[in-house]
Design a protein around this ligand. Structure first.
Ligand code: MAN
Ligand code: CA
Length: 158
C-alpha cells in the first residue's frame, strides 16, 4: 500500500516538473504584445517616418536597437512583414559615420558579415550618406541620416 502512494507521489511530481518546463520554454520564446517574433528576435514595426537618430532613440527607450539584418532568411521574413504592412522603406541599424565606407552596426560598432546592397550602392551620393535604408522587397541604399523613414526595432527574445 505504501509503495502505491509513493509511486503516485513520485509520478505526480514528475508530471509537475515536465509541465513547468514546457511552460518555461513556451514563455521564453514569446514576444510582448506589439512585437512579432522571428527566430531569436522580437521586432516592432513603426510606421512613422523619422530621422535616423530619432529611430535609434525610440528603439533604445523600448530596450531594443534598430533592425539588424544578419541573413537572407531574416531579410526574406522582414520583406514579408513590410509588404503585409504596406511599408515602402525602413531604416536599418548600420552606419559609416566614423569612417567612410566602413559600415558597422550602430548598436555594437561591430562589422556585419551579411549585406544586401543595391546595384552601385553604397555610393555616398553628395558625400552626405552615412546611414542605411532598406527598400521593402528589395535591397539596401546608403542615405543621409537626416531624411525620414519608418523603422523597425529589434531585440532578443530570450
Ligand atoms: C539615388 C541614388 C542613391 C542615393 C539617392 C539619394 O536613388 O543615387 O544612391 O542614395 O539617390 O536621394
Ligand atoms: Ca546611396
Amino acid at each position: 500500500m505504501q509503495t502505491k502512494w509513493l509511486t503516485i507521489f513520485i509520478i505526480s511530481g514528475l508530471i509537475t516538473i515536465v509541465n513547468t518546463k514546457r511552460a518555461c520554454i513556451f514563455n521564453s520564446t514569446a514576444c510582448e504584445k506589439g512585437w512579432v517574433q522571428f527566430e531569436r528576435s522580437c521586432y516592432q514595426f513603426l510606421n512613422k517616418a523619422v530621422i535616423l537618430k530619432e529611430a535609434v532613440n525610440y528603439c533604445n527607450r523600448v530596450g531594443a536597437h534598430l533592425l539588424e539584418i544578419k541573413s537572407s532568411q531574416e531579410e526574406k521574413w522582414v520583406d514579408l512583414q513590410l509588404k503585409i504592412r504596406g511599408f515602402q522603406y525602413v531604416w536599418i541599424g548600420l552606419t559609416d559615420i566614423l569612417k567612410e565606407n566602413d559600415f558597422v552596426f550602430i548598436s555594437t560598432g561591430g562589422k556585419p558579415t551579411f549585406s544586401n546592397w543595391g546595384k552601385n550602392e553604397p555610393n555616398n551620393a553628395g558625400k552626405t550618406e552615412h546611414c542605411v535604408e532598406k527598400l521593402a522587397g528589395s535591397r539596401w541604399n546608403d542615405r543621409s541620416c537626416d531624411v525620414k523613414f519608418p523603422f523597425v526595432c529589434e531585440r532578443n527574445s530570450e
